[in-house]
Design a protein around this ligand. Structure first.
Ligand code: NAP
Length: 389
């Protein structure tokens, strides 16, 4: 009997519904063609964003979160950030409500895609970005507010720290627990995928007790939990080894500004990056730019019990309803989801089909315009993939 896997999905706003439609088609085909009918997907639509607000008066109904929590997985289109109404961002709310602490962003090049760098194929990096704290925790007070004045006065009177009275204030919490669970996830990933290194990216030379501590906790974790597999760069240098012995992973660290140089100059020397929230946000888009932009970058938000896979771009409102959007980011995110569900062959098939289409010059307008080739519509692109799958 065929195994049915239920996939909750949020179509999303703007271009969301059209890229989701295209994605579901190709995902179904990839599963069908690789499991010989042994497994099939049942898609379960969930409300969030504008569609939810129109029908329920809530941007993110609690039922939606409850279903994702129960199923442990979801595929999500981009959601508009409501202006006003006290909601910072639906995306951030989903990540925090479900404790999806790792934002995982694999970045790789597909042959034939226009890129601003000379050797885009050297980029094959997976970024693990801490998703729950740092300055993104949302603890901040407006310049001139009572709270900002109180914090400034507390720092002056109790800590002997002078802050300009006309400052806005933001807090940057980085904890041992959140840092270690993120770095643990990145090391486990490197082990599972047989990748050679994990690099801790931080700005610890300046922010010693937050980002510096992130680095220190990373090395501590490697000693405490992965001593049999992880070797540090310092240990390697001390023993005069230039390459890690087979089966071992090197842990090293890079200061964030240097890391931005490294991704341009020597991207092939890095494989997994583990980083606090803000650095990871910047780095993920900078890496994606090198392989052709956000349209080709998949994303996953992963916790201990739940994972939500999503396109990393926004709702691209100017293309909404025009059949022009690039569905690859969502399709590649769906491929990550298939892998997460243990459907590795379907994931590989889907990724390969996308790669083959791009190599043949089959691409949507965002990429085709850079090459001067004929643009494919969103649905047409999906049909080309279906033919290959
Ligand atoms: P955006 O929606 O990512 O769009 C910015 C530009 O990126 C578009 O104008 C377009 O560039 C290009 N683009 C993005 N996705 C594309 C696709 N699939 N195909 C082709 N081109 C694509 O960013 P935004 O305009 O700043 O944000 C719009 C809304 O999305 C906001 O409400 C924002 O809060 C929300 N947002 C949601 C998420 C999420 O759900 N995870 C993430 C980011 C933003 P060109 O104009 O150059 O063609």
């Amino acid at each position: 009997m065929s195994k049915e896997i239920v996939i909750p999905f949020i179509p999303g706003d703007g271009v969301g519904p059209e890229i989701m439609r295209a994605t579901k088609l190709v995902v179904d085909a990839a599963v069908k063609s690789t499991t010989a009918g042994e497994a099939s997907l049942r898609w379960e639509e969930l409300l969030a964003g504008e569609a939810a607000y129109k029908s329920t008066g809530h941007w993110l109904p609690s039922e939606t979160l409850a279903v994702i929590r129960e199923r442990g997985v979801a595929l999500k289109g981009p959601l508009t950030t409501p202006v006003g109404g006290g909601i910072r961002s639906l995306n951030v709310t989903i990540r925090q409500a479900l404790d999806l602490y790792a934002s995982v962003r694999p970045v790789r090049y597909f042959e034939g895609v226009p890129s601003p760098v000379k050797e885009p194929q050297k980029m094959k990096i997976v970024i693990f970005r801490e998703n729950t704290e740092d300055v993104y925790k949302g603890v901040e007070w407006r310049q001139g507010s009572k709270e900002a004045a109180e914090v400034i006065e507390f720092l002056r009177s109790r800590m002997s720290v002078e802050i300009a009275p006309d400052s806005g204030i933001g807090i940057k919490p980085i904890s041992e627990t959140a840092s270690k669970r993120l770095i643990r996830a990145s090391v486990k990933y490197a082990i599972r995928k047989r990748l050679p290194s994990v690099t801790l990216v931080h700005k610890g030379n300046i922010m010693k007790f937050t980002e510096g501590a992130f680095r220190d906790w990373g090395y501590q974790l490697a000693k405490e939990e992965f001593a049999d597999v992880v070797l540090t760069e310092v240990e390697m240098k001390a023993s005069g080894i230039s390459k890690p012995p087979s089966g071992k992973i090197v842990m090293n660290d890079r200061i964030a500004d240097n890391m931005f140089q490294q991704i341009l100059l020597r991207p092939d020397e890095y494989s997994v990056l583990a980083t606090p929230n803000l650095n990871g946000d910047y780095l993920a888009d900078a890496c994606a730019a090198q392989i052709g932009g956000l349209g080709l970058a998949p994303g996953a938000n992963i916790g201990d019990h739940t994972a939500v896979f999503e396109a990393v771009h926004g709702t691209a409102p100017k293309y909404a309803g025009k059949d022009l959007a690039n569905p690859c980011s969502l399709m590649l995110s769906a491929a990550l989801m298939l892998e997460h569900l243990g459907l590795d062959e379907a994931a590989t098939n889907l990724t390969d089909a996308i790669g083959a289409a791009l190599a043949d010059g089959i691409m949507t307008q965002d990429l085709a315009r850079l090459k001067g080739t004929r643009p494919y519509g969103t649905a047409e692109f999906a049909r080309e993939l279906l033919a290959q799958l």
